[in-house]
Design a binder for this molecule. Structure first.
Ligand code: 5SP
Ligand code: CO
Length: 231
């Protein structure tokens, strides 16, 4: 067994609700969680940091009021970020991540997330430098690596993300801290094994899950492929 002590054994599948049917969102989230999903991935786009516009804290709050108790993983694709952090924390987010280039003061934004009792993550686009992790890895709870350019669901996985995963995996293992490594974009049953092998333990998938009629079957297939990939 080559398992490192700080690595999470528990695989997390986090369906991105961007690909869900918004006309019946509560039911979609109930169904995907009943089908074996672990977290709800909640993509927030502002038509400024990314060229698309999605959902805000009201929708997060509505899911909590609907009875969703699973972790809600808020992925902020907005600029600036600080104003929305307390709003999402108060709306029931458990995890909040942001793109470092969208914050003037990255350390302050991370502290703000933690001060609101949420897990804090930093997100990196496929072509982004990981340099900020030199100083920030000790401060955060997870790293979210994008394997597509942010803004839309249903894009194809960018293979260079595997190299980024291996780099960040090595940094996390060297840190000795229990930091989750999440991957987002183009994750499918047929590539998730390779992605797990490169070091991810937390997997966002939108179109691969919500695009299929049987959520439980896809999620089971993904978890099986992760176990095989991890070896
Ligand atoms: O953050 C994003 C896109 O910006 C993602 O969370 C996507 O929504 C994932 O969708 P798929 O690539 O799995 O369809
Ligand atoms: Co996302």
């Amino acid at each position: 067994m080559s398992t490192q002590p700080t690595r999470f054994q528990e695989t997390v599948i986090a369906p991105s609700i961007l690909s869900a049917n918004f006309a019946r969102l509560g039911e979609e989230v109930d169904n995907v969680l009943a089908a074996g999903a672990d977290w709800v991935h909640f993509d927030v786009m502002d038509n400024h940091y990314v060229p698309n516009l999605t959902i805000g804290p009201l929708v997060c709050e509505a899911l909590r009021k609907h009875g969703v108790t699973a972790p809600i993983d808020v992925h902020l694709m907005v600029e600036p970020v600080d104003g929305l952090i307390p709003m999402f924390a108060d709306a029931g987010a458990s995890h909040i991540s942001f793109h470092p280039e969208a914050s003037k003061h990255v350390h302050r934004s991370v502290q703000l997330i933690k001060s609101k009792g949420c897990q804090a993550g930093l997100v990196f686009n496929p072509a982004s430098s990981l340099d900020v992790l030199d100083t920030m890895l000790d401060e955060i709870d997870y790293v979210l690596l994008m394997s597509v350019n942010p803004g839309f669901g249903g894009q194809s996985f960018i293979p260079s993300a595997l190299k980024q995963l291996r780099k960040v995996r090595a940094m996390i293992d060297a840190s000795g801290r229990p930091i989750r490594l999440e991957i987002d974009g183009g994750v499918k049953p047929d590539n998730i094994g390779e992605i797990a092998k490169a070091g991810a333990d937390t997997f966002v998938a939108g179109s691969a899950i919500f695009g299929k009629p049987d959520y439980a079957a896809v999620i089971a297939q993904m978890k099986q492929a992760v176990s095989a990939g991890r070896g």
